[in-house]
Design a binder for this molecule. Structure first.
Ligand code: 26V
Length: 809
């Protein structure tokens, strides 16, 4: 051990854990040993907070919010825990005592990547804000043994690797061996008291859901929130029977049939899997969570008819929608409530958020599959549907088409259960995630429901936690804010507005600019090390990071890159504003078009980055394995934030908020939360381009002809010819012919319609960047405008308007 300048109590705790828990001589501790020991030292403090908070809530019989989500993209925990506990300094000292930095240790912590993208990361930001606001709250999800696949790039192509994040255990979970619920599947249903009465379900199999808790600390006080994740375990007697007969292989196989439920996250956010295992996952975690909620309620209240007064249960998209039928089943069959009472409680308890308008992402399940996996739930949904349609018929007597559109069952082909409809009918509040998206919900996919229940539909614009996305990710900027406007922004992000006057202060801008420059240099060094690509920190860092999807239009960005490449070659003597275009994102493994886009980005990068004619003026890099930790490195280093989805397709976006919060300027369409960002920062501090939603709709209605656009625009035609003709794939000139043909013939997301305005807007971006003072002033005004995009604001709004929960004691 080295000299210890600051031997804090934490350093002593760390030494103790090295010896007693990790089992290593402190002098020989490796970075991962140290990570383990520091984590355990923080964990014990979280444990005490958890015990105190939950006891207080139990005592107060506090009204709680329960957030049901199939995904929680938590990322790493140590940095967040240390910040919340006020232990960042002591932890750095403890690391230093072993001649390490805290960053060295943190790099060894795997991300908890239990989610796909925006929906999952939003759930993680929400937990942070629930804790920050002191709301009595539980998140519930699945303890996937394998999270989101890790992405590597081989020969320009995405390769997926399993993510065994629990391989070496995690110090952050608290197994609760006493908390386990049976979840049943299949079998048949008996009605001893006739068809309307309580039923007896004779399942074909039962799996145990075992609880593992993660503690979510508040950054402001001692309160915590809980993320309870369920692991599927075969009932104990199963192993025994097979073991007794000596057939170990069969015993193992049998056990797997149960335990596979919590093995792997479905890595697809484009189209529903439509697989039985996915349905089993959804029911598994929803049923376990509801049983847990009811047991807690019974322990505190001794009766269920006031459930809705004590708990608000939120459906994060339709993945837990079967919960509507499950709560009914529990109330009817296990607690003998009458139908009308059970239904009133259910509707008063649930609320639902929709996260996408993409028709292909709306979940439906074949009725035959539900019949075989959840026979009792199918009966219950039929009855809910029957009573709902009777009620709906009174709104539009004789309008059968109306009823068919509303029905919980789609009868147009193979009969399917519409999970969004079940969520709406079972909830008292339904929201979208930005003003535009919520408006589009009531005007388009949910318009028939809005006609019946206009008061149920509302908007809750997304937000992001400033703890992770500013304080942790960008400590230098956070320190500058503390110094210039005080620390109040840390509790109340609206105080960032106090920065606005400093946009006109040259000395402040200078320091603000220097922090951005340092963040860019750090990222450049890392990418040099990891990818071998040299990047110039003085160039404009143009960043598009998000799942790879056609509607998000990474391909439009590529069209601009190629446009710029050809222009520089054509006019080498002009003075070009140096640009580094950075991409990151994963494609669903089965999404061929998205994978082709990744390959094209790599092909373009390798030609551009090796062409001396554009050296120092244009570089392209794809950062592999995008996830929470990669995002924490990218957000603070961006100058320009690409938010270029076709208007009307991106429900909200949250990367747009993280980037602006770190001082990036947005180039974006009139879509999702971009619209509200524009309102917050002002038209002069954002670059909005392209068709608006009604114009997109009009173009499609009129019969959109992308080929005509290309024919009328020589530069665009050249760019398409270059890509389609193999300029970037000389070894296989036809590689992108199909991609280009489909743009020319279909172009479902109207890239060609927005191309000219996009490229012109990029030229305005260049012009501004040459004026550093003007650019920095706008960047400062972006940070100043981000107050409304704190997830604290979002959660306070849900708490007041949807959940009616208040701060706990
Ligand atoms: C879709 C699906 C489709 C069916 C099966 C499983 C599955 C899992 C995930 C998804 C993702 C679509 C929902 C989603 O992530 N939406 C994003 O939600 C963000 C938070 O509200 C929002 O900012 C993004 O705009 C929106 O795309």
């Amino acid at each position: 051990m080295n000299d210890t300048p600051n031997r804090t109590p934490l350093t002593a705790d760390v030494e103790r854990h090295l010896l007693d828990s990790v089992g290593v001589a402190p002098a020989e501790a490796s970075p991962s040993d140290l990570l383990q020991a520091v984590s355990l030292a923080a964990r014990e403090q979280l444990s005490r907070r958890w015990v105190a908070s939950t006891a207080a809530d139990r005592h107060a019989k506090a009204r709680r919010v329960v957030y049901l989500s199939m995904e929680f993209l938590m990322g790493r925990t140590l940095g967040n825990a240390l910040a919340a506990l006020g232990l960042e300094g002591p932890a750095a000292d403890a690391a230093q005592a072993h001649a390490r930095t805290l960053e060295d240790l943190q790099a060894h912590e795997p991300d908890a990547a239990l989610g796909n993208g925006g929906l999952g990361r939003l759930a993680a930001c929400f937990l942070d804000s629930m804790a920050a606001l002191g709301l009595p709250s539980f998140g519930y999800g699945i303890r996937y043994e394998f999270g989101m696949f890790a992405q590597s790039i081989q020969g320009g192509r995405q390769v997926e690797h399993p993510d065994p994040w629990l391989e070496n255990g995690t110090p952050w979970e608290f197994p609760r061996p006493d908390v386990a619920w049976p979840v049943r599947f299949g079998g048949w249903v008996e009605h001893p008291q006739g068809p309307g009465g309580p039923a007896v379900w004779h399942p074909a199999g039962t799996v145990n859901a075992k609880a593992y808790d993660m503690v979510v600390p508040s950054h402001h006080d001692e309160r915590v929130s809980t993320l309870r994740l369920w692991r599927a375990a075969a009932p104990a007697h199963i192993d025994l029977t097979a073991f007794n007969s000596g057939d170990y292989a069969r015993a193992a196989e049998f056990k797997n049939q149960f335990e596979n439920i919590s093995w792997v996250l479905y890595p697809n956010d484009s189209t529903p899997a439509g697989r039985e295992l996915r349905l089993r996952q959804e029911y598994f975690f929803t049923s376990a969570s509801l049983q847990d909620v009811l047991a807690r309620h019974m322990a505190e209240h001794g009766r269920l008819d006031n459930l809705h007064e004590a708990v608000a249960i939120h459906l994060n998209d339709t993945h837990p929608a079967i919960g509507v039928a499950e709560l009914m089943r529990l109330l009817l069959d296990e607690h003998a409530l009458p139908w009308a009472r059970a239904w009133a409680i259910t509707q008063a308890t649930f609320s639902y958020t929709n996260h996408t308008l993409m028709p292909e992402a709306l979940e439906t399940w074949p009725v035959g599959l539900i019949q075989s996996v959840l026979p009792r739930h199918l009966e219950i949904v039929y009855r809910i549907n029957h009573e709902f349609l009777l009620q709906a018929a009174r709104h539009r007597p004789g309008d059968n088409a109306f009823l068919q559109r509303l029905s919980l069952i789609d009868e147009s082909g193979e009969r399917r259960m519409r999970m969004a409809h079940l969520s709406i009918v079972g909830s008292h509040k339904i929201n979208g995630v930005s003003a535009l998206h919520s408006q589009l919900l009531v005007n388009t996919i949910f318009s028939d429901f809005a006609a019946i229940w206009p008061e149920r539909f509302t908007n809750m614009t997304n937000g992001v936690t400033p703890r992770r996305w500013l304080a942790q990710a960008n400590p230098a900027l956070a320190a500058l804010l503390d110094e210039s406007i005080g620390t109040a922004w840390r509790r109340d992000l609206d105080r960032l507005a106090d920065l606005a006057p400093l946009a006109d202060d040259a000395a402040f801008r200078e320091r603000f600019g220097a922090i951005k420059r340092a963040n860019k240099a750090r990222l450049a060094a890392r990418l040099q090390r990891e990818l071998g690509v040299p990047l110039d920190p003085d160039s404009l860092f143009d960043v598009q990071v998000k799942r790879i999807h056609e509607y998000k239009r990474q391909l439009l960005n590529v069209l601009h890159v190629v446009t710029r490449y050809l222009a520089i070659i054509a006019e080498p003597q002009r003075s070009w504003v140096p640009r580094t275009v950075l991409f990151a994102g994963k494609a669903a493994s089965s999404y061929v078009a998205a994978k082709t886009i990744i390959r094209l980005i790599h092909d373009v990068a390798s030609v551009v980055n090796h062409d001396l004619r554009v050296a120092g003026r244009l570089a392209v890099a794809f950062v592999p394995n995008y996830g929470v930790s990669v995002a924490e490195a990218l957000m603070p280093a961006a100058d320009l934030s690409e938010q270029i989805s076709t208007a009307g397709t991106e429900a909200s976006g949250t990367g747009n908020m993280k980037l602006a919060l770190n001082g990036a300027l947005t180039i974006g369409t009139d879509d999702g939360a971009n619209i509200e960002i524009r309102e917050a920062v002002g038209d002069d501090n954002i670059f909005i381009f392209g068709l608006r939603t009604p114009e997109v709709e009009a173009r499609r209605r009129e019969g959109y002809r992308p080929g005509q656009i290309a024919a009328a625009h020589p530069t665009l035609q050249q760019v398409l010819d270059a890509i389609g003709g193999g300029l970037f794939s000389p070894d296989e000139p036809g590689r992108y012919r199909g991609l280009v043909d489909s743009l020319l013939q279909v172009d479902h997301y109207l890239l060609l319609a927005d191309y000219a305005d996009y490229v012109a807007t990029q030229q305005r971006v260049d012009a501004l960047f040459t004026d550093a003072a003007a650019w920095q002033a706008k960047a400062v005004r972006n940070v100043a405008g981000m107050g409304p995009f704190s997830s604290d604001r979002t959660i306070a709004q849900y708490a007041r308007e949807v959940w009616r929960v208040q701060r706990g004691g």
